[in-house]
Design a protein around this ligand. Structure first.
Ligand code: AMP
Length: 218
């Protein structure tokens, strides 16, 4: 049985932190479209060059581009027992693409597919975004408000340099919320109607949300 978990929620709702931890816990790959796209940008691939202008504005990159990246990633051997998918789908069109991708890759295999929605008070999220820092080396995420590194600018885990994402500014964050409300929020109803949505209260500490997450994954 393949475990296929996807995650919905507004920017900075804590999905990245929780899904990274969940991937380790379930021994499944953490597939995160934002990181995959940033990697393409870093390597200056044609996909990265195309994606950059959209990401810098807080818009969704074109569906064909992101679906191709996701399909290639989910076809890899390490996804044979399932995946933790963070950041895809982000629109109804992408949800249909994912159904198609799963159909092609899961032929003859049964799967447990769930969409987990992080339900959160959005009023604090812009502050969370501008205070977010991530490690250049290992990808660990920090927040100067509630999960500060022990040493300023240095990753506790690996000693790597902590930096701020270019799209974690107040202006781009607002655009990302607008994109989320317009394109991604309708997926909550979409997956509810399909009978696969699990909603969790994503307010509170990392440990509180983790406990709630463990209650809905099986
Ligand atoms: P994230 O790291 O999830 O906050 O994503 C950063 C940016 O990458 C988003 O604001 C989008 O511009 C782009 N992005 C990530 N995932 C997707 C997706 N599924 N579809 C389109 N664009 C995406």
């Amino acid at each position: 049985m393949k475990t296929e978990l996807i995650f919905l929620g507004p920017p900075a709702c804590g999905k990245g932190t929780q899904t990274t931890k969940l991937a380790e816990y379930l021994k499944l790959p953490h597939v995160d479209t934002g990181s995959l796209l940033r990697e393409e940008i870093k390597n200056q691939t044609p996909a990265g060059v195309e994606a950059k202008s959209y990401i810098d504005k807080g818009h969704l990159v074109p569906v064909e581009l992101v679906s191709r990246i996701i399909k290639n990633r989910l076809a890899k051997d390490d996804c044979k027992n399932g995946y933790i998918l963070d950041g895809f789908p982000r629109s109804l069109e992408q949800a249909e693409q994912l159904t198609q991708i799963n159909k092609e890759l899961d032929e003859g295999i049964s799967s447990n597919f769930k969409a987990i929605y992080f339900d959160i008070d959005t009023s604090i999220l812009v502050e969370r975004i501008v205070n977010r820092r991530s490690c250049q080396k290992c990808g660990e995420i920090y927040n100067l408000m509630f999960k500060a590194p022990k040493k300023d600018g240095i990753c506790d885990k690996c000693g790597g340099e902590l930096t701020q994402r270019k799209d974690d500014t107040r202006e781009v964050a607002q655009s990302r919320f607008d994109t989320y409300n317009r394109e991604t929020a309708p997926l909550v109803k979409y997956y509810t109607d399909l009978g696969v949505l699990k909603s969790i209260d994503a307010n509170g500490s990392i440990d509180d949300v983790w406990e709630r997450l463990l209650e809905v994954i099986y």
